[in-house]
Ligand binder design. Structure first.
Ligand code: PEP
Ligand code: MG
Length: 917
């Protein structure tokens, strides 16, 4: 005989049947049933009851609605046991037992299936119950609830006719709430409800309690196959063949007078993580009243005053449930005439801040280990923690007021509020005058960086996750939303259109780079809690188990300091070209590029030298004692000049002006301008390339224009010597980019080392330095054996390495076909966000293995965007890299992700158990 029914006190039997596998028990009894059994076992006051297994549901559904043989017999014996335990009897008029009938699948599907409460009431039971409770109001209220619920859930009657009757009575009696209606009214309403049931379902409300129960069980079984539940399972990827269990449980009532109550409370605060009960309850009410939100609930602190003993008992139970489940619990409870019952418990949902505090506190209380605390927090939770966000109130207000403009790609987290500036110069000018600015552009270019730095946040209407705007924004920790193609910018009118709405430059806008939302107007933000002691603690524990370094990509001393305060152990990439875009320097850089003689170039470089020296001095001081990897100039030089299109347009304009010039001085003046524009055009034409990404850049530039990279090396060494004299411990690592062939590296290095030696000789100070290279071209990876003869370290530039391995230009692809590729499953993830392990990863693996064979102990790291991606971090660790380097705001995330990778390796754990946000 199949055992379909398990009493809450029979959880051990279910365990034996399931060969002591708790997951299988949850499959058999459903999550709620297994939990009720488990709570009963540890002595929590759970109203007695039993669970009908998921197997019974499946048998019922498979046989097209025939109840399995003996199921009803087993239900009746289980009922008898409850009757014995409670001293009450089902259908008895003298001391009746009422039960609830609830669904409960293996995985929680909140609100998707059916529930019927108060089963067991009929006209004669009601008459018996009234003298017993001395509360006709409560009795009729329970009865009308049963008829209504039974009618809608079991017999499929719509809610409206029931609600219409209630509304009519409320109006007639001039009361706001159903609970204010009199017992007589409720009795009359119950009668009307019965008529509604019969009229709309074609069958009378069943008087026989057992019949009520049987029909309710069948309704719950069927609700597994309902549309709502199917849709939910499709979305939540829950298999359709699991079936639901059904829990039949003694009803306890929170609406039996002022010593009764019902509520929901967490064992700790779900918003802040503080210890102590947090929740709400209602005196003299049923569970649905709390959920419905019609009556104002009271905080648990009130319960401590109203029913102090119950409160203390509840606290003790909450603690024991926490100890048992080793996590914060979310519990439903009912107090029936001074007796506390726990109806349900589950791991509570919580904010990122609460998750961190709870994990750390629980580890300190000895409830869980430190490693487990580290594993319970997801990298996204740490990230969330670190950025400003809109206050929920102001966001709601903006939503209500219809100020949500669009939601686009959330490429750099955090909320930003400012006035709209449509170009970088204006953004900078306004920011310098003390205004908060959000820079809004169709897309950004390298010469927009000063505006991006000055702005609070960046919004672009084009571009993808690794567009220039996204990259720079992440690099500088600026909130950014990109690809907002619902917005139409008109740069000549200085306006932005969304649907029918037009927004002008200078008006307020609020963007959330964590969610991708864009609002018009000014939302309130709350600042991140970087000094949060719990987070610091958790990350220290992460560092204890982490076995791969975490460095940062930073170009300015302030970023380096920030990175260091977040726990960076070095700088893995300084993109020196970013320093050239400063408005003070750009004209000198342009003069240097367009120099017509070596002396002119030398002069421009001499002017740049002090700037670069100052940059490096600041970085070295900020990173005192830690390595700083400085990459020599990488991009093609045309990026520092106006675009070809811009100059030709200017030139055409000047020529038209020339034709209509009226005086000789005017002609003279215009001719000078034409000449200078022609010279510029000539230079730009000379530098123009069909594929700049594959053109004159990186080491090639250093070889063609040696004076430029020699100036950079001189600046590095002069800065290093200066700070060393001040007692700073300085360890520069000079990194040569975009090497494809060993000869490029050998020749460039020889020239640079000469310069380094010159500076050290001039000053008589030695510096502890290294030369190394980026591996960002497949050929370099494949020939690592030769490359490392001239490199003391290598760093994977996985941005370029991915582009070159795929033969895909990142910016072009993300604007165009890459999204389609991902949508259609041609690629299952964006290789620019997470390392393509099979392709790019294979090249990395060859380079590490062969590089270390040729140069044992070779230091290898990564400084591409992937260095901040948790999956890529785990991969880099598996390759044996020494460090990952990422943008400063991702440093804490990387510390956690690296620790989790180490822990997963040490003892595989089920990360599906990780607490969701
Ligand atoms: C890279 O290619 O991964 C890299 C770090 O260099 P960049 O992104 O500056 O080209
Ligand atoms: Mg690169």
């Amino acid at each position: 005989m199949t055992k379909w029914v398990y009493g809450f006190d029979q959880v051990e039997e279910a365990e034996v049947f399931c060969e002591n596998d708790w997951d299988t028990v949850r499959g058999l009894l459903g999550g709620k049933g297994a939990n009720l059994g488990d709570m009963t076992r540890i002595g929590v006051p759970v109203p007695p009851g039993f669970t009908i297994s998921t197997a019974a549901c499946n048998a019922y559904l498979q046989s097209d609605g025939v109840m399995p043989a003996d199921l009803l017999d087993q239900v009746s014996s289980a009922l008898k046991k409850i009757e014995k335990a409670s001293g009450k009897q089902f259908g008895d008029t003298a001391n009746p037992l009422l039960v609830s009938c609830r669904s409960g699948a293996k995985f929680s599907m909140p609100g998707m299936m059916d529930t019927v409460l108060n089963i067991g009431l009929n006209d004669s039971v009601v008459e018996g119950l009234i003298p017993l409770t001395d509360d006709p109001h409560f009795v009729y209220d329970s009865y009308r609830r049963l008829v209504q619920m039974f009618g809608s859930v079991v017999l499929g009657v719509r809610d409206e006719p029931f609600e219409a009757v209630l509304a009519a009575y409320r109006q007639k009696r001039d009361v706001a709430e159903d609970s204010d209606l009199s017992a007589d009214d409720l009795r009359a309403i119950t009668g009307e409800f019965k008529q509604i049931v019969e009229r709309f379902s074609g069958r009378p409300f069943p008087d026989d309690p057992f019949e009520q129960l049987r029909l309710a069980i069948e309704a719950v079984f069927r609700s597994w196959d309902g549309k709502r539940a199917r849709d939910y399972r499709n979305a939540a990827k829950i298999p359709h063949d699991l079936g639901t269990a059904v829990n039949i449980q003694t009803m306890v009532f929170g609406n039996m007078g002022l010593n009764s109550a019902t509520g929901v409370a967490m064992s700790r605060n779900a918003t802040t993580g503080e210890s102590g009960l947090e929740g709400d309850y209602l005196t003299n009410a049923q569970g649905e009243d709390v959920v419905a939100g019609i009556r104002a609930t009271k905080p648990m602190t009130e319960l401590a005053k109203e029913m102090p003993e119950i409160y203390t008992q509840y606290e003790t139970i909450a603690q024991s449930l926490e100890r048992h489940y080793r996590d914060m619990q979310d519990m439903e409870f009912t107090i029936e005439r001074g007796t506390l019952w726990i109806l349900q418990t589950r791991n509570g949902k919580r904010t990122a801040q609460a998750a961190v505090k709870i994990a750390v506190d629980m580890a300190e209380e000895g409830l869980i280990g430190r490693d487990e605390a580290v594993q319970r927090i997801s990298p996204e939770q740490v990230e969330f923690f670190l950025h400003p966000s809109f206050t929920p109130e102001s966001k709601q207000e903006a939503l209500d007021a219809g100020r949500h403009l669009t939601t686009a790609l959330n490429v750099s987290p955090g909320a930003a509020v400012g006035v709209i500036a449509f170009d970088a110069d204006l953004a900078e000018e306004w920011a310098q005058s003390g205004r908060s600015v959000v820079m809004v552009r169709p897309e950004t270019k390298p010469d927009d960086v000063h505006g991006m730095l000055a702005a609070e946040g960046i919004l672009t209407t084009r571009g993808g996750r690794t567009s220039h705007a996204a990259l720079v924004a992440r690099q500088f920790g600026k909130p950014a939303v990109v690809g907002a193609n619902d917005l139409e910018i008109d740069l000549s009118e200085r306006t932005m259109k969304v649907g029918n709405e037009t927004i002008n430059e200078g008006e307020w806008i609020s963007i959330d780079g964590t969610t991708g939302e864009v609002f018009s107007g000014k939302l309130e933000t709350r600042t991140p809690d970087l000094e949060n002691p719990a987070l610091r603690r958790l990350l220290e524990w992460a560092d204890d188990v982490r076995d791969i370094g975490v460095w940062a990509n930073a170009d300015h001393p302030a970023d380096a300091e920030l990175a260091r305060s977040y726990g960076a152990e070095g700088i893995g990439l300084v993109r020196t070209e970013h320093m050239f875009f400063d408005p003070e320097r750009l004209p000198i850089v342009q003069r240097m590029i367009m120099a017509t003689s070596p002396s002119e170039r030398t002069e421009a470089l001499a002017q740049l030298l002090p700037f670069q020296r100052r940059d490096f001095t600041g970085l070295f001081r900020a990173m005192d004692g830690l390595p700083v990897t400085i990459r020599l100039i990488d991009p093609p030089l045309h990026e520092f000049l106006p675009s070809y299109e811009e100059i030709t347009a200017d030139l055409a304009d000047l020529k038209i002006q020339l034709l209509s010039a009226r005086s000789l001085p005017e002609v003279d003046q215009l001719l000078v301008r034409v000449e200078s524009a022609e010279h510029l055009l000539h230079e730009v034409e000379a530098l123009r390339e069909a594929n700049p990404m594959l053109g004159l850049r990186g080491v090639r530039l250093g070889l063609m224009m040696p004076a430029l990279t020699r100036m950079q090396v001189r600046a590095i060494f002069e800065a290093a010597i200066a700070v060393k004299r001040d007692g700073v411990s300085v360890h520069p690592k000079i990194m040569i980019p975009l090497v494809a062939h060993v000869n490029e590296l050998a020749r460039q290095r020889a020239s640079l080392e000469e310069e380094a030696a010159l500076v050290m000789n001039e000053t008589g100070v030695d510096i502890d330095y290294q030369f190394g290279t980026m591996i960002e071209i497949p050929r370099a990876a494949l020939t690592a054996r030769q490359i490392v003869e001239h490199a003391e370290f290598v760093s994977f530039g996985t941005n370029d390495l991915t582009q070159m391995t795929y033969g895909i230009s990142r910016d072009d692809a993300e604007k165009a076909f890459l999204v389609k590729y991902l949508e259609e499953g041609i690629l299952d993830r964006n290789p620019f966000a997470s390392i393509d392990e099979e392709g790019v990863g294979r090249l990395m693996s060859i380079a590490v293995r062969e590089g270390r064979a040729a140069r044992p102990g070779l230091e290898a790291g990564i400084c591409g965007e992937h260095g901040g991606d948790p999956a890529s971090i785990a991969f880099c660790r598996s390759l044996g890299l020494d460090y990952v380097s990422c943008s400063p705001p991702r440093v804490p995330v990387a510390r956690l992700a690296a620790a989790q990778a180490a822990l997963r390796d040490a003892a595989p754990t089920d990360i599906s158990e990780m607490v969701p946000v």
